[in-house]
Each structure stands twice: as C-alpha cells, then as structure tokens.
Design a protein around this ligand. Structure first.
Ligand code: FAD
Length: 397
C-alpha cells in the first residue's frame, strides 16, 4: 500500500535540512527524501555570512557551528595582474544594520551533520531519488527510482540545481554563466600561520579565493572561463586540474606561499563545476509555488558563487518557509503559507542572483577597461556589496 505523508521535503542539503529542522522546532513533522546513500558533502567548505548566522541561530545550532570555525577579521582584494591590494575591509569596523558582521569558512559536512543531528530519528530517508511527480486530487504522487510511490499532502523541493520539483512547477532551466569552478582544502596539522583574512585575488580571467576554516585547514576556490585560459580537457582528472590552476597562478602576481597551499591540497572529486544561475526575470515572474508545492535553495535560485550566498540564502529560505508553513499547517491553510513565502522571497532572491552574476563578471574579467575600473573604482564598492547583501535578518522561527 502507498504511504501518505503530510510534508515531504526532497533533498537533504542545507535548504532541506534547515526546513525540516525549522518545522521540527515548531512541532511539525516532515519526511526528507535524499537520493544519495549518505549525506552529500561535495565542495569541502563554504563561506557563512552574517545572514546565514542569523538563520542558524534561529534554528538553534549557530553556536555549535561557531565553536569549530574561525571568525575571519577582514577581506582583502588583490589584483592578479599588479599584485597590489585594490581594497581591504575590516569586518568589525564596517557599518551594518543588524549587528556585528560575522564571516566564517565552514566545513560542509560539519554543518550538514549538525543540522541532521537535531532531527528526530528516521526524518531523513537516504537512497530515495524522486524521478517523477504526478497529481492525485490534492495529493502529489512521488515516484521513486526503486519503483515505490509516496503520496504527499505538501511537497517542498530542496533538490538543488537540477530540481525535478522546479521542473514540475515549470521554472526555466538554469543558465550557464560561461564560467567553471574547482575547489580544494589543505590540512596543516601544526598550524598554517595565515592571517584570519578572506583573500580574493581577481582579474586576468580568473578568481582565486583563499580562506582559513580553522588554524589547521585552508579552503580555496578557483573560477575561470573554459573558453579562455587554454583550459582544454583540464577537467579530465584532479592531476590535470591542479596543474592548470598552478600554471595560471604562477604566471600571475599571486604570492608564492598562497600557491604552495594548492600543491598540498586535497581536491574535489567533482573536478570542475559549471557555474549556473536562474535568470532574475524568471525568479520575479515564474512559479515558486503552486498550491501545495514549493521550491527553495538552489532548486529556486541557483547563482554564481561570487558573493558566497547560495548556501546562506538557502538557510534563510529554510527558516522563513518553515515559519510560514508551520503557522499555515496550524491554521489549516497551507496554500496561504506558501504564497506568503513566495511574496517574501522573490525580490530578495532575484537581487542576490543578479548581484552575484555582475560581481563575478567584473572580478574575473581580463578586459583592460573593466580591469581598470575594477582596480581604480569598483573594488571598494564590490567589497562593501559582499557585506551589504549579507546584512539581512530572516527573523526568528
Ligand atoms: C564553486 C562553488 C562555491 C560555492 N561557495 C559558496 C559559499 O562560499 N557560500 C555559500 O553560501 N554558497 C556557496 N555555494 C553555493 C552552495 O553550495 C549552494 O547554494 C547550496 O549547496 C545549495 O543548497 P541546497 O540544499 O539548495 O542544494 P544542494 O546542496 O545541491 O542539495 C540538494 C540535495 O538534493 C538531493 N537531490 C537532488 N535531486 C534529488 C532527487 N531527485 N530526489 C532526492 N534527492 C535529490 C541531492 O543529492 C542533494 O543532497 C557555492 C557553490 C559552488 C558551485
């Protein structure tokens, strides 16, 4: 016999786990279906900005994550072509609306496991891939890859960039930005000795970011345009990708000790990630919800990683959606709750996606005019934009 669940969340990434935990805190049960056999930890680490700390605090896990990750003190922008500092921001001296700016580089597996550990046993069902969604009156029929069917009264798509739920809602496919990224992490058992600074090296057709997660490990990312930089077939193996990144950085003015970290790094099994985004127009006018179905996180607003906000806004989504949804469940009108979520999130998501794209374009460009503007005029504005976007409070549950 097919089972009927009240709320089914598809995907156990940041968005799915934050929503399940927010609902749990509000006394509402949900079931999370995850296609992988275990938690997916691709990407090692990522920046968690002030807005996401607000979301994690609302979910009651902020301090557990803080305890294991360094508080970064500053952000430095360095020109890849001249080696000069084009902008520097001290986080504790910068104006803000909602209290202290807080930036840490957090390990992905640690955050996912911390969120999952707070959920009741059996909330997450692994190896459960949704392949098709159909309707049966007010219920949604979820067909799984193993042939089973689950009926859901409410369906929340947190299934990432290739979302089947977004497709069901008729949202446009994400667009390719023309850029790719690779990432790595290096372990330093006796301490790395680097400053607590987020170093951004820009220009020359690439972006390189370098951040300490703790005193013993460093996370880095590198983005480039496959159509430039002589990047043919570099994604065939980790070895080829490492050589490619090292060759480009060595030919630039990037300091030697920063490059050496790459030589000793573990690199992602997903050697190259194409950077995709959803058009802000489609976010403003597309269906984010339809009756008892809704999408959040990358399923809703995939973006280029240039403001480090994809995961952070997914956590915001999770808190805001669970607040509206739990209240709506108690009032017996889910549709109204999802519509409130839609109204609340459209502009915020479209704005962050657009700003991320523009920032990445300017930061990475090798065009002489854009480079001139970036280094003489825009570097400071872009540094402040990183902070402005994160100066947002999703509120309590
Ligand atoms: C290079 C790079 C750097 C980044 N850096 C940052 C950063 O510094 N800061 C930041 O905030 N964000 C960053 N991001 C973005 C961030 O990783 C994503 O925005 C975030 O992971 C989105 O979370 P999510 O839960 O929506 O989706 P995901 O993390 O993609 O999770 C989706 C989950 O759904 C599961 N799933 C998919 N399809 C199905 C299905 N059909 N059935 C069941 N389960 C399914 C998947 O297995 C997965 O576990 C970066 C992204 C990239 C590519």
């Amino acid at each position: 016999m097919d089972t009927v669940e009240d709320i089914v969340i598809v995907g156990a990434g940041f968005a799915g786990l934050a929503t399940a935990l927010g609902l749990h805190r509000k006394g509402v049960k949900s079931l999370v279906l995850e296609s992988s056999p275990a938690m997916r930890t691709t990407g090692f680490a990522f920046t968690i900005w002030t807005n996401a700390w607000r979301a994690l605090d609302a979910l009651g896990v902020g301090d557990k994550v803080r305890d294991h990750h360094l508080l970064l003190e500053s952000i430095t922008f360095l020109s890849a072509t001249s080696g000069d500092i084009s902008a520097k921001v001290d986080l504790d001296k910068t104006q803000r609306k909602i209290g202290m700016h807080e930036l840490r580089c957090v390990q992905r597996d640690f955050l996912l496991e911390t969120l999952a550990a707070e959920l009741p046993k059996d909330t997450i069902r692994f190896s459960s891939k949704i392949v098709l969604i159909q309707e049966d009156g007010n219920l949604k029929l979820l067909h799984l890859a193993d042939g089973s069917i689950i009926k859901a009264k409410v369906l929340i798509g947190c299934d990432g960039i290739n979302s089947v739920v977004a497709k069901y809602l008729g949202l446009e496919k994400p667009l390719f930005s023309g850029r790719c990224a690779t990432r790595g992490i290096s372990e330093h058992p006796t301490g790395h000795g680097f400053k607590h600074d987020y170093l951004n090296i820009n220009g020359g057709g690439f972006r390189y970011g370098f951040l300490p997660c703790s005193e013993k490990n460093i996370y880095w990312f590198f983005t480039w345009c496959p159509s430039e930089n002589g990047a043919e077939k570099v994604d065939e193996s980790i070895q080829k990708m490492r050589e490619f990144v090292l060759k480009i950085l060595t030919a630039s003015k990037v300091p030697r000790e920063i490059i050496e970290v790459i030589e000793r790094s573990e690199m992602s099994e997903v050697v190259s990630s194409p950077l995709r985004y959803r058009s802000p127009i489609s976010l403003l006018f597309g269906n984010i919800t339809k009756r008892n179905v809704c999408v959040i996180g990358d399923a809703l607003h995939p973006m280029t990683p240039d403001l480090g906000q994809g995961g952070c806004t997914s956590l915001e989504d999770g808190v805001i959606l669970s607040r509206y949804l739990a209240d709506a469940v108690h009032d017996g009108n889910v549709e109204v709750g999802l519509e409130k979520f839609e109204r609340d999130r459209r502009w915020r998501c479209a704005n962050v996606v657009a700003k991320s794209y523009i920032t990445g374009f300017i930061q990475q460009s090798s065009n002489w005019f854009v480079s001139f503007l970036r280094e003489k005029l825009l570097a400071g504005i872009m540094a402040r934009d990183l902070l402005n976007v994160s100066d947002y409070d999703c509120g309590k549950l």
